[in-house]
Design a protein around this ligand. Structure first.
Ligand code: RP5
Length: 163
């Protein structure tokens, strides 16, 4: 199976981005995690992104806050799918990073999840891998069934008057 890279702009992003790592591991994905900054270590970003496909990665997740250029800078160097996670790291509460990540000019797409949406980024990465991996598709289907069961159980508890 292809690996997934989880990149982030700063160690201050780790508390949110580690949810992507744990979710990917839960689905049996081999993960590599790096702190690479589009602004502070642009050469590292370029070197990693341009060699990622050859290194066996299938998807790259990139989380950053403020003027969040990381996902776009990565996407500029590879045709692998790139998922951007805008992070709340300033008085603008992630709106700055959301717009910086989602508003990519035509030609270089970044699939952007919600502010702080590290878990969904990991699930989307698994869904991309599942296109050519039926075992992964089965794990995702089971995850959905478990979510449905939890939602139905919560409703049953509510209806019973126990809450
Ligand atoms: C971004 O600036 C990082 O992704 C982080 O979210 C934000 C703040 O970084 P630090 O100043 O905490 O290192 O590049």
């Amino acid at each position: 199976m292809k690996k997934v890279a989880v990149l982030m702009g700063s160690d201050s992003d780790l508390p949110v981005m580690k949810k992507a790592v744990s979710t990917l591991k839960q689905f049996g994905v081999e993960v590599e995690t790096h702190i690479f900054s589009a602004h502070r270590s642009p050469e590292k970003v370029r070197a990693f992104a341009s060699s990622a496909e050859g290194a066996g990665f299938g998807v790259i997740i990139a989380g950053a806050g403020k003027a969040a250029h990381l996902a776009g800078a990565v996407a500029a160097q590879t045709t692998l799918p790139v998922i951007g996670v805008p992070l709340s790291a300033s008085v603008l509460d992630g709106m700055d990073a959301l717009l910086s990540t989602v508003q990519m000019p035509a030609g270089i797409p970044v699939a952007t999840v919600a502010i702080g949406g590290a878990e969904n980024a990991a699930l989307l990465a698994c869904q991309i891998l599942a296109v050519f991996d039926s075992a992964m598709a089965a794990r995702l289907a089971e995850h959905r069934r478990a979510m449905t069961a939890r939602a139905e159980q919560a409703d049953q508890i509510l209806q019973s008057g126990a809450e």
